[in-house]
Design a protein. Structure first.
Length: 58
């Protein structure tokens, strides 16, 4: 019976770590999309107001 509990605890630990990694990845992805949208809006406003050309993408 001990091996069943050990296996169950191991599976729970793996599931916990996996959920934390996935949550972190999703959070970083949303942050990146928010940042890129803000950057694009700022560039569009510069072009529309005639303050200059947008910089070339790297």
């Amino acid at each position: 019976m001990d091996s069943i509990h050990a296996t169950s605890a191991s599976i729970e630990q793996v599931a916990f770590v996996l959920s934390v990694v996935l949550l972190g990845g999703i959070t970083l992805g949303v942050g990146y999309l928010t940042w890129s949208d803000w950057r694009d809006r700022r560039r569009r406003k510069q072009v529309e107001s005639g303050k200059g050309r947008p910089r070339k993408s790297r």
